[in-house]
Design a protein. Structure first.
Length: 220
């Protein structure tokens, strides 16, 4: 597996970021296509294999075929261990933070990659790049993502988050940490997922995101 640890994401142009979003979406669509094809071909065979298990094996083969596979034992060497939550193992290397996502809350690889594209669209200041996949052969597959490291930062307050989300065009719902506009619904935008740097700038480093649902306003 080949990847560059030295270049800061923030130094890359908007054109490069657009190309990266396109690449991530293309990978997600291809993995989804392969899973659907496999499930259609095996419809008359065994039915005790879950979609998640099918996706894991297909993603592992795809990763190895495309030289974006990193054995888990090597993944722990990509940086110094950082703070980790229930979804991500984090590693810090200079000005970059790597996140290995265990897929516990994502619903699978393709769904996670879809969410990353949405995140990059809404919150370009915390743009995610997709690095590849880490895992144990034949057992588990976990996407590797990277962001710029926000230095000297503390969790933002709820009021600061509300102000920031309003400034970028989102309306607060009745549910804490949940916002919407005409295109997206964003939730889990709470202090543990939002940082404020020494200059007072706000960074949403993680959030749950979906496309806008037409009946959202009437239900919230």
């Amino acid at each position: 597996m080949k990847y560059d640890l030295s270049e800061s994401i923030s130094q890359r142009s908007s054109g490069e970021k657009d190309a990266e979003n396109h690449r991530i979406k293309k990978i997600a669509d291809e993995l989804r296509r392969r899973c659907q094809l496999y499930e259609e071909e095996s419809r008359n065979g065994k039915s005790n294999v879950t979609h998640f298990e099918i996706e894991q094996r297909i993603v592992e083969k795809y990763a190895k075929d495309n030289d974006i596979w990193l054995p888990m034992d090597e993944a722990f060497n990509i940086g110094m261990p950082g703070p980790s939550g229930n979804e991500n193992y984090t590693f810090i290397n200079n000005d970059i933070i790597f996140k290995i996502n265990n897929l516990l809350n994502s619903g699978g690889v393709s769904n996670l990659l879809d969410k990353i594209v949405l995140h990059n669209t809404i919150f370009p200041e915390t743009f995610y790049y997709f690095v590849g996949f880490a895992g144990y052969d034949g057992r588990s597959v976990m996407p590797i993502l990277q962001q710029d490291l926000i230095k000297q930062a503390i969790p933002a307050t709820s009021i600061e988050i509300d102000t920031y989300m309003s400034a970028i065009g989102f309306t607060k719902s009745d549910n804490d940490g949940k916002y919407y506009n005409d295109s997206f619904i964003v939730w889990d935008v709470v202090p543990r997922n939002v940082l404020k740097d020494k200059d007072g700038d706000i960074y949403v480093i993680d959030a749950e995101i979906s496309l806008y649902l037409s009946n959202y306003k009437s239900n919230n």
